[in-house]
Design a binder for this molecule. Structure first.
Ligand code: ASP
Ligand code: MG
Length: 452
């Protein structure tokens, strides 16, 4: 069994739904298909919730009417038969009558907001499944609200999903294609809840882990994770293979294609995750698995708008406990530290949230000397396989950076990451220089071409 997930834009138009129907039935594999809401719907529903929260019922009703009108047009093109259309109409009427029923609930709380925002996935999956039925496909709906659960800390309960899904699938053993909702779940109070924005990828990985799927495929409209930021660098290419650790580093450093916690459940069960492009289904995409090919430097990503703080103290010489005191200050102000470098008498750190910068600086000054901090800093993160026995990697990276001032360097914290801190104004130059040196050299070219 495979798990395939399609995002909002992949289901956002009737003809996109038609192509997904073809994709999922092309090869004979049984699949659980996870769908997001149609593009724009989640935002639309949240905006309705905003109006209702503010007791602006007239505005709320107007927004509901507008969204309904969108669905009315959508189903006209989605279905091909009168019967199919009537099924679709019944689905949207039922869900919108629920949405309308929330208008009169006062006060409109977070509970209602979560109910309303869940409607996006409830609509898309039922509409799509009715379309598969119209097409004579042997499909069934698996209601996510019956098998996705989060605990009091908002963490998904994988054992619950394992148990429920296995029973449900046993009962539907004659079915070939299963459709389910991404994003939505229940909480310990039994209420409707969700896995946070963009959570459908997470749903797919949780299901993949729960049933120990052959593979999880995340279908979007990009051809996989790129080796560098295509908005800044011209010659980028999709990375064929990444390890789970490398993919996590990239997701953290802003490769928007994957929700950062997405792959954890798949990784836990060793289920490979493949990123695929609905616009180019034959393309290989990016495969994320336990082991990958030998390529050393796999990708480059960057994180902007950081502040660097330089802390200096001669008392640090041969002393212990100094770092603890430094980090206690950040802890007190609930400010995560991204990057750290140390020497015998100084420490430099970067933070991404500078809301409490003044207080943090004042407290640090009580026991250390501080230089003026630097704003608008960027971490450039080089991701790949840098195990301790490899030579020459730092040389390549630093050679690429030879004309760009570097403020901090981190190497060796993990086997998958080298981080450099530079001024934000040099980011484009750094990404391009690294791309030239680390990928577009002769050896890399060979690798790229043999991979196509
Ligand atoms: N529909 C939800 C959102 O827009 C979940 C998702 O698309 O992954 O955030
Ligand atoms: Mg998404």
């Amino acid at each position: 069994m495979q798990v395939w997930k399609f995002g909002g834009t992949s289901v956002g138009k009737p003809d996109r739904m038609h192509s997904i129907r073809n994709l999922i039935t092309e090869n004979g594999t049984r699949k659980i298909v996870v769908l997001s809401a149609l593009s724009g719907t989640t935002n639309g529903l949240l905006s309705i919730a905003e109006s209702l929260k503010a007791n602006n019922d007239v505005e709320g009703n107007q927004k509901i009417d507008d969204l309904y009108a969108h669905y009315e047009v959508f189903i006209k093109d989605l279905y091909k038969t009168k019967d199919g259309y009537e099924q679709g109409k019944a689905i949207i009427d039922k869900e919108f009558s629920f949405i309308r029923s929330l208008v009169s609930i006062k006060p409109f709380t977070l509970k209602q907001e979560k109910e309303i925002v869940a409607e996006g996935e409830l609509l898309s999956t039922q509409m799509f499944e009715a379309y598969l039925k119209e097409e004579g496909i042997n499909s069934a709906l698996l209601p996510a609200l019956d098998f996705m659960l989060i605990d009091a800390d908002n963490e998904p309960v994988l054992s619950f999903t394992e148990e429920k899904l296995s029973t449900m699938l046993e009962q539907l053993s004659d079915k070939q294609i299963f459709i389910t909702q991404g994003f939505i779940c229940r909480n310990p109070r039994g209420e409707i809840d969700n896995l946070k924005r963009g959570g459908s990828d997470y749903t797919a990985s949780l299901i993949g882990g729960a049933i120990v799927a052959e593979e999880v495929q995340i279908w979007t409209d990009i051809d996989g994770m790129h080796n560098n930021d295509p908005r800044i660098v011209k010659k980028t290419f999709p990375i064929r293979e990444l390890t789970f650790e490398e993919a996590a580093e990239l997701a953290y450093f802003g490769a928007k294609i994957l929700h950062p916690s997405t792959i954890t459940p798949a990784k836990l069960k060793g289920v490979p995750v493949r990123l695929k492009n609905t616009m180019e289904p034959e393309a290989y995409g990016t495969l994320i698995a336990d082991k990958t090919s030998d390529r050393e430097i796999k990708a480059i990503a960057a994180k902007d708008n950081l502040t660097a703080i330089y802390i200096h103290s001669t008392r640090m010489l041969n002393a212990y406990g100094f770092l603890r005191r430094v980090f206690e200050v950040f802890e007190k102000y609930k400010t995560p530290v991204d990057m750290i470098t140390t020497s015998e008498v100084s420490v430099s750190v970067t933070i991404d949230n500078d809301e409490h910068l003044d207080e943090i600086m004042a407290e640090l000054r009580q026991f250390a000397d501080l230089e003026e901090c630097d704003k608008d800093q960027t971490i450039v993160c080089i991701v790949g396989n840098f195990s301790a026995d490899k030579e020459g990697i730092a040389l390549k990276v630093l050679d690429a950076m030879k004309n760009i001032p570097i403020r901090m360097i981190c190497y060796g914290a993990s086997e998958h990451n080298i981080s450099l801190l530079i001024h934000g104004k040099n980011k484009a130059a750094a990404l391009n220089a690294l791309n030239e040196r680390c990928f577009l050299y002769e050896d890399a070219m060979k690798d790229i071409f043999s991979a196509q």
